[in-house]
Design a protein around this ligand. Structure first.
Ligand SMILES: [Fe+2]
Length: 303
């Protein structure tokens, strides 16, 4: 079934920064074309790693050599956490902070960029859900009979305008590629952006620190996304491709689950889907999106 295309009219989403692609994966000064909110946009990264983004209307085609003078309608552009970001509206000065990204001893990688036919909010909600670990990521992030989602705390921080879930713990047979066996793993989830989430989990190498795994969703349209998986982890042993493959395996298990979600947009009415497993963070997330008046990628509460 074809998804009906429509231009995004949601001011909340239009004014946000959105990721377009991993900087390390594009050749310097070569035009790359992608889609954001059903609009065709192009970007390039120059030799100094400065990023440029524009609506794909000018003469430059994908694969062309980039010249700034050939583009007359530049969009806001930022480089952050290894990705190119842009906005189709009037964005805030800064993208949300991830202070750990500045720590020199961490490995920083784009684990993968996956196209998924689902709305961004459905994918964020799945990322927050620990209840599916034993069933979807069997023998990796969970295993029976360790299926219980233990009590944890969730708050919507008014100051930082983000959701914070703390004291999450789950028994994991293989929490990361650096693990040497099963362990009770502690998680902290942040949702600092309607379409991005940052997960902190206990480091198998250093009990005082946490690995950071973020999912930055690029809304191609209301019901299709590109999910960029950012890693910022403590691991001085494994090669990049081994670390990436671990996350790719996990995301490959989530993708068919996400694409089978119905409806593809996330219903915000608390009565629409009850009960939801591991539901506290999902309920907070839906409430937060409702408070923002978000309409894109969701089914708003009927008035
Ligand atoms: Fe999953």
């Amino acid at each position: 079934m074809m998804t009906q295309q429509k231009t995004c009219l949601d001011p909340v989403i239009l004014n946000l920064w959105h990721p377009l692609g991993a900087i390390d994966e594009v050749a310097a000064c070569i035009v790359v074309e992608t889609v954001l909110l059903d609009e065709s946009v192009s970007f390039a990264v120059d030799e100094d790693r400065k990023v440029f983004v524009w609506r794909s209307r000018t003469g430059l085609r994908p694969g062309d050599r980039f010249h700034q003078l050939a583009v007359d309608d530049l969009l806001p552009a930022r480089s952050a956490y290894g990705y190119v970001w842009t906005s189709l509206g009037t964005p805030s000065d800064d993208i949300f902070p991830i202070p750990e990204y500045a720590e020199a001893d961490r490995r920083k990688l784009n684990a993968a960029t996956f196209g998924v036919n689902v709305s961004a909010p459905r994918a964020i909600e799945n990322f927050l859900d620990m209840g599916h670990f034993p069933y979807v990521h069997t023998d990796i992030l969970g295993v029976e009979p360790h299926t219980e989602v233990k009590e944890y705390d969730v708050e919507i921080s008014v100051d930082r305008d983000e959701i914070l879930a703390t004291r999450c713990r789950f028994y994991q047979p293989m929490a990361s590629i650096a693990s040497d066996g099963g362990a009770d793993v502690e998680y902290i989830y942040r949702v600092p952006h309607p379409y991005c989430s940052v997960l902190y989990k206990s480091s198998p190498l250093d009990e005082t620190r946490m690995d950071v795994i973020a999912v930055f969703l690029q809304p191609l349209g209301e019901e299709r996304i590109r999910a960029h998986m950012m890693l910022c982890v403590l691991d001085d042993t494994n090669a990049d491709k081994i670390i990436k493959r671990f996350q790719q395996t996990i995301f490959g298990q989530d993708k068919p689950i996400l694409e089978n979600q119905f409806p593809k947009r996330l219903p915000l009415d608390p009565r629409a889907e009850t009960p939801i497993r591991a539901d506290k963070s999902a309920i907070a997330y839906r409430r937060w999106l409702s408070q923002k008046g978000l309409t894109y990628g969701v089914i708003p509460v009927a008035n």
